[in-house]
Write a protein that binds this ligand. Structure first.
Ligand SMILES: Cc1cc2nc3c(=O)[nH]c(=O)nc-3n(C[C@H](O)[C@H](O)[C@H](O)COP(=O)(O)OP(=O)(O)OC[C@H]3O[C@@H](n4cnc5c(N)ncnc54)[C@H](O)[C@@H]3O)c2cc1C
Length: 396
């Protein structure tokens, strides 16, 4: 394997630290949020219904996100990324989700793998991939939610000379096609989890594979299904991926974990998924506010005001939540369920206030209602399912 690597330092030639803005083009994270708002308002929202009914992702949306540096949110600055705080990343997600759920969901999937690659031990992987993931020249998919399933592993990993073999079909991989690589989570024979990086096509990364060969000479296969036909997020190119004796060299193992850690992270991070339903609700409330101006119907104005106040309260509750300080772990789970239901209610209100026009595929209200349905199951854990079902039973 060659050791030639692009050089990125946090210091200039005489050892002085390089300023944030000289590397990123931004003076502060507030400017990053302004850029996200600009892309959302000028590029994403005007095309959201067209994207919703399209067969695949809209290239220009990703060019705009890339041009603003927003595909490098989770990449360290020394590799050309913005490496923003968790708070800024969450706020960017909310802004983009309010404008176009499908585009937001694809870009959101890219950031987790960027962080995982940045945290791995393989210098050649980091220096080869991260600068290109930061600019959006390349994007990376993630396939790990199946690890939450009980019973037989969905994707099994077994040890072989020089690496691991993967076997199985993972059910949900978003962005395939616009993304040419994936981070898989798989289950080892001792039930631990392993996370590995896999290219769609090794020939796209000759630098990474020129001196690597499985000991039996067999690479195995990675096959993608056709994009799944979905009631919402249909344009996200979400596929199933099938691995058959797929060889993963040791160098491309990112990390190891286990079910207990995943369950703990799911519980501690249950509100990490809050930004999408909050963004969706904000999008619906923007529709309500516009209708309140256009239609001069007192009930629509009243509803727009009420939902606006509730959004502020719920956003503060979710973003300021501290387990053990503002509430218990169960309170956090219940708040997530409440946010899902709020996104559904706000979108439903936007449908009601739009009258029959809501049913046109060109109308944002129906799209937002279906996007809220998606957030009902996205990153779903058993506890979140329990909590939302309790909430819905009590409302009946
Ligand atoms: C359009 C779309 C795109 C997606 N894209 C991605 C992606 O790019 N990457 C990715 O990793 N994931 C992705 N997902 C997966 C998503 O994050 C959720 O994990 C998924 O929606 C949950 O649905 P599931 O059928 O896989 O549920 P499951 O994971 O099978 O079940 C949900 C929860 O209930 C629990 N459960 C189920 N049955 C039982 C039982 N009998 N007893 C006890 N507990 C049980 C499970 O353990 C799990 O915690 C996507 C999903 C959708 C719908």
């Amino acid at each position: 394997m060659t050791t030639e690597q692009p050089q990125f330092d946090d210091e200039d030639a005489v050892g002085l630290p390089i300023a944030y803005d000289s590397r990123t083009g931004y003076d502060s994270e507030a400017d990053v949020l302004d850029a996200a708002r600009r892309v959302a308002d000028e590029v994403l929202r005007p095309n959201a219904e067209a994207v919703d009914t399209a067969d695949g992702p809209r290239k220009q949306n990703f060019e705009a996100l890339a041009a603003a540096g927003l595909l490098g949110l989770a990449v360290p600055r020394k590799y050309g990324g913005l490496d923003v705080s968790g708070t800024t990343q969450r706020n960017v997600t909310e802004i983009l989700a309010s404008a176009c759920g499908a585009t937001n969901f694809i870009q959101a999937q890219h950031h987790g793998p960027c962080r995982m690659i940045a945290a791995c031990q393989s210098e050649i992987l980091k220096s080869t991939l991260l600068p290109r993931l930061a600019t959006g020249e390349l994007m990376c998919a993630i396939s790990f939610a199946h690890l939450r399933r009980m019973g037989e592993p969905v994707l099994a990993a077994s040890r072989v000379d020089g690496g691991y073999l993967l076997n199985g079909t993972t059910p949900w991989v978003t962005g395939w096609g616009i993304m040419n690589q994936v981070v898989f989570g798989a289950t080892l024979p001792d039930d631990r989890f392993i996370y590995v990086w896999v290219p769609a096509d090794r020939n796209d990364f000759p630098h990474l594979f020129e001196n690597v060969m499985p000991s039996n000479g067999k690479w195995g296969t990675l096959m993608a299904s056709q994009p799944l036909k979905l009631a919402v997020m249909n344009s996200t190119s979400t596929v199933e991926l099938t691995c058959t004796n797929l060889f993963i060299p040791d160098d491309y193992v990112l990390s190891f974990s286990d079910r207990e850690t995943m369950q703990r992270n799911d519980r501690n991070g249950v509100l990490g998924a809050a930004a999408m339903p909050i963004g969706c609700a904000a999008g619906s409330i923007a529709v309500l506010c516009k209708l309140a101006e256009q239609r001069n119907i007192p009930a629509v104005k009243r509803s727009a005001d009420k939902f606006t106040r509730e959004l502020t309260e719920l956003r503060n509750a979710a973003y300021d939540f501290k387990t053990g300080v503002t509430g218990t772990q169960q309170d956090a789970i219940d708040l997530r369920a409440h946010l899902i239901q709020f996104a559904m209610r706000a979108a439903h209100a936007a449908v009601a206030a739009s009258s029959g026009a809501a049913i046109y595929t060109s109308n944002p209200a129906q799209r937002l209602l279906r996007e809220a349905m998606f957030y009902t199951v996205q990153a779903q854990t058993r506890e979140v399912m329990d909590s939302i079902l309790v909430l819905l039973e009590h409302n009946s």
